[in-house]
Design a protein around this ligand. Sequence first.
Ligand code: DX5
Ligand code: ZN
Length: 219
Amino acid sequence: PRRPMIAPSLLSADFARLADELARIADADWAHVDVMDAHFVPNLTLGEPVVKAIQAVSPVPLDCHLMIEDPERWAPAYAELGARNVTVHAEACTGDPRALAKDLRAAGALAGLAIKPGTPLEGYTEVLRDFDTLLVMSVEPGFGGQSFMPEVLDKVREARRLVDTGHLTLLVEIDGGINADTVEAAAEAGVDMFVAGSAVYGADDPSAAIASLRAQAAR
Ligand code: DX5
Ligand code: ZN
């Protein structure tokens, strides 16, 4: 059985106290950082200078989710500053995503490809051979606290099948609306890595919320 990984999303943390908020999730696997540019998504969060500052104090590796246009231009910097995983959106890539994956890996990071809820997996199965993680969005990207879209689980099952049959070597990540009510369905569909923003930072005890999600996902 797979050991489920939990990546709390800082989007639901207090941006004025990021170092403290990172310390509260020290027993998570990765810290998920949502970079938004107000063009690819209708929201603006933070960018390279803030991620660099976070990287210096984070007790856990960073999982950077870039919801930005022109990832070819901006993404390698996040790998160079030390992020463990750098995920770009398939819909935002203008060139061959495989070239970008190569750049990210050369800079020392894992390379991630994200797909929005309406983006089919077909068409990316060959490309994904050069990636380390696949992030399946289970809400429309842009905001925390939205409701989980169960229809994306078919894509998770398909990705799981491709990994388990040896066609791909990937961590399957899900992002959006993961909480006590939805994590088990996602786990059953084959998710390895669970991003959770409001479910972790909205809890009185983020550490307990992480443990609880992990236990539910492991069943
Ligand atoms: C949404 C972000 C998510 C978000 C998840 O665009 O990519 O990472 O923070 O938040 P919750 O878990 O509250 O849906
Ligand atoms: Zn995210």
